[in-house]
Design a protein around this ligand. Sequence first.
Ligand code: ADP
Ligand code: ZN
Length: 614
Amino acid sequence: MSDGSASESVSARALQVLQTVFGYPAFRGQQAEVIELVAGGGDALVLMPTGAGKSLCYQIPSLVREGVGVVISPLIALMQDQVDALAELGVRAAFLNSTQTWDETVDIERRVKRGELDLLYIAPERLVTPRCLELLGQTRLALFAIDEAHCVSQWGHDFRPEYIRLSVLHEQFPQVPRIALTATADHATRREIAMRLQLESARQFVSSFDRPNIRYRIVEKANARKQLLDFIRAEQEGNAGIVYCLSRRKVDETAAFLNESGVRALAYHAGMAAPERAKAQSRFLREDGIVMGATIAFGMGIDKPDVRFVAHLDLPKSLEGYYQETGRAGRDGEPSEAWMAYGLQDVVQQRRMIEESEADANYKRIQGAKLDAMLGLCETANCRRVQMLQYFGEASSPCGNCDNCQVPPVSYEATVDVQKLLSTIYRVDQRFGAGHVLDVLRGHVTEKVKQWRHEQLSTFGVGADRSEAEWRAILRQVVAMGLVAVDYDAFSTLKLTDIAKPVLRGQQPVSLRRYEKPVKQKRVSTKRAKEEVDLGSGQQSMLVLLRQWRTERARALSVPPYVIFHDATLREIVRLQPSSLADLREVAGVGEKKLETYGAEILRLVADAQQMAD
Ligand code: ADP
Ligand code: ZN
């Protein structure tokens, strides 16, 4: 497409491309500003949360500017889907990566040279080869987009050494505009991106990192698997979701358990062979309603827009990790859940992992601080979203869409309870684990109590007024606060720390979150059920018909169903009941190419469904 002169016409053309190619009526958030800058030849660093619509920020300038837009992405497995999705929109796109044969590579290079492409996706290790740089040198380039730009950061967990070498772009192609994009929220990584990619003078676009459609919920862990199953059955039946666990074994066990319980589940972790992993990922993307049990190896670039929930059975190591993992829910902006079961064992396990790691003291200190922030989120009685955004440097007010906002926990003056617990630990000489300490505290005469004559201690039975579960919740909180340390021996011996002293002496009051008995979740508004309420039965069967049609179409093209149309688009079709192509054009997500390819079929399906309903 040709180059425009005035910036006014640049933004007018960008809007036109948005509407005709992508079928969306208006830009969101800062998209328009970013696109205007980059389409006009400027550099940008774009920090937006997952689902905000970063792709359009480089796709539209690539279409508006002359030449091919080069997108650097580490997500080789996704390139095919991305290119297929663009082809469905009538955009000429291709990719270069290691999955291709020599002939395919040569063919694509030829198309690049002839100027036949609007967008070219390249893996970073490929881009920095002399052959590729030479190819780009002979080609008219619209822009460079550096996706997942946080991969350049050595401190992040997605570090890719090839990303460091991307500074070559600025050196060899100084006149080509660059746009770097990431959904990473922490400031240290942002600074590193700007520095390493030589984007210090690029304009920065920082969006709010809030994901308002995600509801955050953290429950006390009792029987985590069972709690998970209850949660899925009550609220997520038939929906796609991800369940994160710490270990490979637990992933396998959880997936097996869900399958036995009638929930379709798969496993994904680094212990599986690469083809097996790829197959699991592809099924998750292509089939409806699969739950993926996974370690954090399953992560970056799960581009599935309709993941309805992300569950954690183990505590993430940091808020950065928690934010990133939960962020995989609800890219499409529809209501989604971030659900986590959390207990004392999580605190002990994570502290132990830091302590036992081979890293140096400074690294351990940083990891310890990150864990404390994560624990702070679990234990807070205030809005979870406010606390999380604050950690990323963003001020906000209570959200109304987290468990603490919806059912505010009661915090209470717990100094006396905490003192009872701490002095019991002290009186058993800091030589016993939680089980025995709580027996003494609650006045249980066990064999062990008799053996050690602990029934004679002054604290024996002073905690008889509270249940074991209540005391465990108190213990968990004081461990999370660092008043009590859990030894890394086989008995998980409880010991007091220095900061416990002022509490014991009554110089430091403590307030805690009151223990809530886990209530069995009732079958509340599942998403499917909600649809049924929103839509009449005739509309419901129209939606079913459209979904079936989409599944067939997707299978024939071997692409994920959302590449044909998103759920939200199908639902809007059902609501509007279009009877002409002009009506259909009004639906968000229906651009010119899709109108041409599928318009007639959709109208026929809608008419058929209407007839059946009559
Ligand atoms: P990100 O890369 O930031 O996670 P995507 O680029 O994948 O987000 O976009 C998320 C979803 O939002 C996609 O389904 C996309 O089609 C949709 N989207 C993006 N911009 C708009 C817009 N202006 N209007 C409507 N939908 C949009
Ligand atoms: Zn809240």
